[in-house]
Write a protein that binds this ligand. Structure first.
Ligand code: ADP
Length: 571
């Protein structure tokens, strides 16, 4: 249901709940086909008016209109008048329309499905777009796969999002809605988490009351999804963004409708059903590339300097690179020659060649973006290496990581976003920030070199590099992924206290307990604040012994006792 209609229902909800007699209204709505007999039955067992409104709020524009008509027929003229102004416009030719539909309805469907908005500077690519839409229309009558493939940064995700921003596609092909899922490179546990949250999202918008246990294996997840897509969301589209691995696709091989973006053309070989593809082979043509630079620098395309054309050529029209350079030029409009030279001379060789991308221009462009940041912000930006692919985080997490005031963090993030170094999901309040996967790869590459340097100068005494990383950041990642239960068990274990304090020192450990204090037990904090100084000593003290000095009723003591008994029994 579009925003205006929903907001109107919410505003007058109490009046409606007090005044209506649902049983008569529901008869009309059933004959309009907007609610079914099961739903009516369920409503009859509850406070009917409240339940009907609850249901209505989860329905589409047609349900609103049907409800309005029912009010008129049952002579609730006052109530009908309240709803009149926000009646959604369903135009007579909506189903024939091929225009670029930006109707509130399309907007609503896309934002509910998590489809990303257009980038700030956007140019249309009509030919490619039509090709994708034409393939999508083939999914109108039967399930199947549409693959959009091409190299990193070629604009596949933007294209996929744009393809569904269209009234005909939404209303004729996918009336069941569109659901966007960012995949990226991930392992099986991460994939399971993704599908769990997809199932949660789908189930929640159906019925907020029923709380299902999340599926706990990939097989179970696949079955849950199959049921949801077949029975509850028929004729809907799943968009899987940035797939690397065909094992991921197998989980989605459930006879539904899928649009996927990938760098690997042959992924769908291993799944069944109808398959169509669109290649994003070339970059932007020259004029489109120039248009981007013109939009960033607020000049008209004719007024661009001669270097502009060379820049577009040099990076072969890569939308990503042109946008990155455009954003740089927006800040420093007299640097056309400079950035062109940087691209041409491939001056940013610091990045190791293991990068999987076809040409260096991407790395170079990114290094250039980072280089213009003030020194202290460059350091902060490097800290973003701890983000994981496709995880979006609120500013608050960074204010912990950087130890800065939230307002300051917001300003810095805004700067990064404006320079195309970071992306923001503004569907969400508070805003969520994330890196483009190219940017993250770049940072990891760059940081790896630095890490190696660091350890050469100051070799770690125990544990390898990766292990150290985990000991340092595990709590942080868990907290960010909302794994409070897991975080709780980890930090609430004496083994962890002992390992982390030995390797990272008690300051890090105590810092964790302060940071995540609100979800933890006070006893552990007390234990650490009393014994922190001892954990600094070498040889490292016996944590179990220290813990045994705590009050016998405490969890710290209980665990220590168990460990002591365990030791005794092993001799
Ligand atoms: P891919 O999915 O192929 O890796 P994206 O679709 O994420 O690439 O695009 C990478 C970047 O390129 C975007 O963040 C945006 O800055 C720029 N870009 C892509 N397509 C367009 C477009 N049509 N207009 C303007 N900029 C674009």
């Amino acid at each position: 249901m579009e925003e205006g209609a929903r907001s109107c229902l919410l505003r007058f909800r109490h009046r409606l709940e007090q005044d209506i007699k649902p049983s008569y209204l529901m008869d009309h709505m059933i004959s309009d086909g907007v609610i079914n007999v099961d739903e009516e039955e369920r409503i009859r067992t509850q406070d009917q008016a409240v339940a009907l409104l609850e249901l209505l709020l989860r329905k589409d524009n047609r349900a609103y209109i049907s409800f309005y008509n029912a009010l008129v027929k049952e002579t609730y003229d006052d109530l009908a008048n309240l709803l009149y102004d926000d009646l959604p416009q369903i135009s007579a030719n909506a189903h024939k329309s091929s225009s670029d539909g930006w109707t509130p309805h399309v907007q609503m469907v896309l934002s509910e499905g998590g489809v990303p908005q257009r980038p700030v500077v956007f140019v249309s690519r009509p030919e490619l777009l039509n090709r994708v839409r034409e393939r999508l229309y083939r999914l109108q009558k039967e399930p199947g796969w549409v693959t959009v493939f091409g190299m990193a940064g070629s604009g596949k995700s933007v294209l996929a999002a744009e393809a569904v921003r269209h009234q005909g596609i939404i209303e004729e092909c996918f009336p069941g809605g569109v659901h966007w899922l960012s995949i990226g490179q991930l392992d099986k546990p991460d994939l399971l988490v993704k599908i769990q949250s997809l199932c949660f999202r789908l189930e929640q918008s159906l019925d907020s009351q029923s709380l299902h246990r999340p599926p706990n294996s990939l097989d179970e997840a696949k079955e849950r999804l199959r049921f949801l897509m077949l029975r509850r969301y028929p004729r809907s589209l799943l968009i899987l963004d940035d797939i690397w691995d065909s094992t991921v696709l197998k989980v989605f091989d459930i006879q539904c409708r899928i649009l996927l973006t990938t760098r690997n053309r042959s992924l769908t070989d291993s799944v069944s059903g109808a398959k169509y593809e669109v290649e994003v082979a070339s970059g932007l043509d020259e004029n489109k590339g120039l248009e981007i630079l013109a939009l960033y620098t607020k000049t008209n395309p004719q007024g661009l300097p001669e270097e502009a054309r060379s820049i577009v050529r040099e990076c072969k029209g890569s939308p990503l690179v042109v946008s990155l350079i455009g954003a740089l030029l927006k800040e420093k409009p007299n640097r056309w020659r400079y950035y062109l030279c940087q691209l041409q001379q491939k001056q940013f060789k610091r990045i190791r060649k293991s990068s999987s991308y076809d040409y260096d221009a991407l790395d170079q462009a990114m290094a250039a973006s980072i280089e213009v940041l003030p020194d202290e912000h460059q350091e902060l930006y490097k800290d973003l290496t701890v983000l994981e692919k496709d995880i979006k985080i609120p500013a608050k997490v960074l204010s912990i990581l950087w130890d800065l005031e939230p307002e300051e963090v917001e300003d810095i993030l805004e700067e990064f976003v404006n320079k195309s170094l970071l992306f923001v999901d503004s569907h969400n309040k508070p805003y969520l920030y994330y890196l483009h996967d190219l940017q993250l790869d770049f940072l990891v590459e760059q940081n790896r070199t630095q890490l190696e340097q660091h350890y050469r100068d100051d070799p770690p005494t125990s544990g390898d590099e990766e292990c150290l990383y985990w000991i340092r950041f595990l709590t942080y990642h868990m907290a960010r992924a909302n794994l409070s239960q897991e975080l709780y068990s980890l930090m609430f274990s004496l083994d962890w206290v002992s390992i982390k304090a030995q390797i990272m020192g008690p300051a890090h450990l105590i810092n964790d307990y302060v940071e995540y204090g609100p979800i933890l037990d006070k006893e552990f904090q007390e234990f650490l604040s009393l014994n922190g100084h001892q954990l600094e000593q070498r040889p490292f003290p016996d944590v179990v012994q220290l813990a045994l000095s705590q009050p016998p009723t405490s969890e710290v003591y209980r665990q220590a006792l168990l460990q002591a008994q365990d030791r005794a029994s092993k001799g």
